[in-house]
Write a protein of this length. Sequence first.
Length: 230
Amino acid sequence: MKNLFAIIRISLVFAALGFCSTGSFAGTPWTWFGAWTNGTDTYYNVGFGIDDPSQASYSGATLSGGGLTSNGYFNGPGWETNIDFGSTQPSASIVYTGVVTAKSGVSTTTQFAQRATGFNVQYPTNIQPIGLVNDTNPVFTWSSPATQSSYVYGIDVAINTPWTPIWKQRNILGNTATYTGPALVPGTVYRVNVRTYEYDATNDSTYGAIRALLSVRRKSQLHKCVGGEL
């Protein structure tokens, strides 16, 4: 699940309001609370990271909370680390500690917690196309969760094995996205993540949920992870 959540975790940039921290950050830290389900099983994940696109400021990151610790890794725009809690939603009383280490060796610590109402577990519905997919550049559509219509959406497409991201789009305000990445290759299995996400300013965290579906290809096979996240 760690690789899955690493993909679904969206690298939004926002100010570190509401953080209890020591030291000062050269980049912009972010926090993330995500839920994933395939319709049968559900898993929960908490993430922390910091923007450092050129790897000029930091050498690593860690996250601890709920008796668990995770070491970070560099992932494109910055450093990130994720704790997977499995099928049990972690208690809202848990205080998480994120630590980033500067190139100089000096560490900066911040603490954060989730909102009392918990994770976002609302998913978009009616994801299309599903089943047999012929188009090498499909148009993806979905319906908003019934509980809220103001989510922002995101989509990721990756070759399923070995895991290779090939295209993504963020900050989608509507319910459609036209794939503009490399042409989908016949016989290749792809994973498509469609997500809704929301930012909670009070907690300075982004919340999302991911739902996994499987569709079978005619020319291009798509394994769909359909999310109601962040």
